[in-house]
Design a protein around this ligand. Structure first.
Ligand code: NAD
Ligand code: ZN
Length: 248
């Protein structure tokens, strides 16, 4: 059977689908991924959480990068890949989208917040690392770019950071637990646009498989886990998913 027909048949017969998305689902929205040529890592070395906490200069560098790349993130709109998943959620066939992305585009494509599990947080706002209070980016941007000031919490004066998980930072407990529950309950697990090398997130496809779910990987390039999947489709996510689900 041709790949597309097989994918449609799998989507059609599954009782409970979970999607697992990585940076690759957002490249068609203009946000570069990490590991492709021209990706973020060809420009920047990651800043580890401990360095962010212990060094004011690292915090400055981190906010400098944030605001230098923010325009791309703010301009980005959901693409056909996001819309196809939103439709599956709306139809009640996809129980959740577990994402490594921090761009908020699944929610912007109409998926309710409760159906998106963010494993690596969200870069469209900031939080206090001490009390968790949410801070919007606009005032932080203004006082950083115009006055050179680093943000501190308005409530407790703690250090404020974008609401993302850095390398070396603990994974968020509740999203991790929810992602595990969802992975264990699904009968079809679809990975879209992740190179599957960043752990612990990259452990979920293997968990789904061990529990008996079918595993599909859709990615432009080969991934580290292609050999464990029931089906691998190498291609562009937007084109594949809009055809599979029938959206534009
Ligand atoms: P990654 O960069 O390691 O892998 C992306 C994969 O997607 C690559 O294998 C690439 O070949 C593939 N790809 C890119 N565009 C594609 C397309 N249009 N169709 C099909 N495949 C495509 O990304 P990752 O696995 O998500 O891990 C990187 C980490 O970077 C994540 O933890 C995430 O938090 C963070 N990140 C997020 C964003 C975002 O929010 N949009 C962007 C960059 C990095
Ligand atoms: Zn605080």
């Amino acid at each position: 059977m041709e790949d597309m027909e097989r994918l449609q048949a799998m989507l059609g017969s599954a009782k409970r689908i979970v999607a697992f998305t990585g940076a690759g689902i957002s490249t068609e929205s203009g946000i570069p991924d990490f590991r492709s040529p021209g990706g973020i890592w060809t420009k920047y070395k990651p800043i580890y959480f401990d360095d962010f906490m212990s060094s004011e200069e690292m915090r400055r560098e981190s906010w400098r990068r944030k605001f230098a790349t923010d325009e791309t993130m703010l301009k980005a709109e959901p693409n056909a890949g996001h819309r196809a998943l939103a439709k599956l959620v709306e139809q009640g066939r996809m129980s959740t989208i577990i994402t490594q992305n921090i761009d908020g585009l699944h929610q912007r494509s109409g998926v309710p917040d409760a159906k998106v599990i963010e494993l690596h947080g969200n870069t469209t706002y900031a939080t206090c690392l001490d009390c968790g209070h949410r801070h919007e980016l606009d005032p932080i941007r203004r006082s950083f770019l115009e006055g050179g000031k680093l943000p501190f919490c308005v409530k407790c004066e703690g250090i404020v950071k974008t609401a993302t998980i850095s390398f070396g930072q603990a994974m968020p407990e509740i999203p991790m637990a929810r992602a595990q529950d969802e992975t264990l309950c699904c009968d079809l697990f679809i990975v879209l646009g992740s190179s599957l090398v960043v752990y612990p997130a990259a452990g979920f496809p293997g968990l789904a498989k061990r529990k008996g779910a079918e595993l599909v990987i859709i990615n432009r390039d080969p991934t580290d886990q292609d050999d464990t999947a029931d089906m691998v489709i190498h291609g562009e996510i937007g084109a594949i998913m809009s055809r599979a689900v029938g959206v534009n």
